[in-house]
Ligand binder design. Structure first.
Ligand SMILES: NC(=O)c1ccc[n+]([C@@H]2O[C@H](COP(=O)([O-])OP(=O)(O)OC[C@H]3O[C@@H](n4cnc5c(N)ncnc54)[C@H](OP(=O)(O)O)[C@@H]3O)[C@@H](O)[C@H]2O)c1
Length: 319
């Protein structure tokens, strides 16, 4: 990738977020000039703001990561903004990028939450439209999926260039540990660490533990975004995953073991499991732009726990 990014100007919306910070660092290391708009200055849900952002920054590339994102609890209490804000932000950015003379390509982030609730495992991109998503994920997943259609029709009619990537659940250093938005890995790390500190012998965990997830290390996801921004020219969506399915029970037991929690885990089947199974087929990403996830899950988890223990105030900051 050396050389390509030198002299390019990139806007990374959501560039101050969990994934965004890593993408920004990688692009800057490769020589790009990166603008990171903050929501307080550029609220992308508002009409005209995306156009103003691109006029102010004249980027060659747009990486659109800005989103409202959270775990299953957040999805349950905030379904309306999860749908509307995500839909509006992507719609505004796609359209503004199409109209901006400087923009060559736009990278859009989809989500594994867009897949139908019951999808043959591993999820292939062809299955994206074969059914309704798991109910708690649907507002977010459908809003994100609409951006794919928007980008595809713009490509067909106006020749707009884009890449649409579908990552599985992200994790890693820099993740959000505040309970209002945390996903399963940071939520469980925080609770297990607290349980050890407070000498608790019983820890409640949502769901049955039988649902499965696939976790993608944040550095691997960022690497794919940069690669796709440089080299991928197609209009088909592309999965990003690490090819390993882990049950929630295995996830929580591994975290408990790594942080030294030896008490009981009490599963609460009255709380939702979310989607029953998740693992994507990542072979298209390798075939189209030579990407493959590198981080083994145990190593990534260890790094995440170490980062959390060293940065608790920052990790637990209220969003
Ligand atoms: N985390 C995951 O497990 C996961 C999995 C699959 C896909 N994704 C996708 O990956 C992308 C990044 O996720 P993330 O976990 O890094 O999210 P994050 O840490 O919550 O960051 C999201 C960023 O979006 C910005 N934003 C929110 N509302 C905005 C608005 N109205 N106008 C402008 N900017 C706004 C925020 O900027 P400010 O800080 O300036 O407010 C924030 O930094 C998202 O598109 C998400 O859908 C994430």
């Amino acid at each position: 990738m050396t050389g390509f990014w030198s002299g390019r100007r990139v806007v990374v919306t959501g560039g101050a977020g969990f994934l965004g910070r890593v993408v920004v660092r990688k692009l800057e290391e490769l020589g790009a000039t990166v603008a990171v708009p903050r929501s307080r200055d550029y609220d992308l849900t508002q009409p005209g703001v995306a156009e103003r952002l691109l006029a102010d920054t004249t980027p060659t590339h747009v990486v659109h990561l800005a989103a409202r994102v959270g775990g299953i609890g957040y999805n349950q209490v905030e379904p309306a903004p999860l749908y509307l804000h995500n839909l509006l932000m992507g719609t505004h950015m796609i359209e503004a990028a199409r109209m901006a003379p400087s923009v060559d390509k736009t990278v859009l982030l989809g989500t594994v939450c867009s897949y139908p609730k019951f999808t043959p495992v591993p999820f292939r991109e062809e299955s994206l439209w074969d059914g309704y998503p798991e109910e708690t994920n649907a507002p977010y997943g459908i809003a994100k999926k609409a951006h794919l259609i928007h980008a595809q029709v713009n490509a067909q009619q106006y020749g707009q260039k884009f890449a649409y990537l579908i990552p599985t659940n992200l994790y890693g250093p820099g993740d959000k540990f505040h309970p209002s938005v945390s996903h399963v890995i940071p939520a469980r790390i925080k609770r297990c660490v607290e349980a050890v500190e407070q000498g608790e012998t019983k820890l409640d965990v949502w769901g049955t533990g039988t649902a499965s997830r696939e976790y993608l290390y944040v550095e691997d996801a960022a690497e794919a975004i940069v690669l796709a921004a440089e080299t991928y020219e197609g209009t088909d969506p592309v999965n990003l995953g690490n090819n390993r399915e882990v049950t929630i029970r295995e996830t929580v037991e591994l975290i408990a073991q790594m942080v030294g929690y030896t008490g009981d885990l009490v599963w609460d089947p009255t709380k939702p499991d979310g989607q029953p199974r998740r693992r994507v087929d990542p072979s298209r990403a390798e075939a189209l732009f030579g990407w493959r996830a590198q981080m083994p899950f145990e190593d990534g988890l260890r790094r995440t726990i170490d980062w959390y223990l060293a940065n608790r105030a920052e990790a637990e900051r209220e969003p």
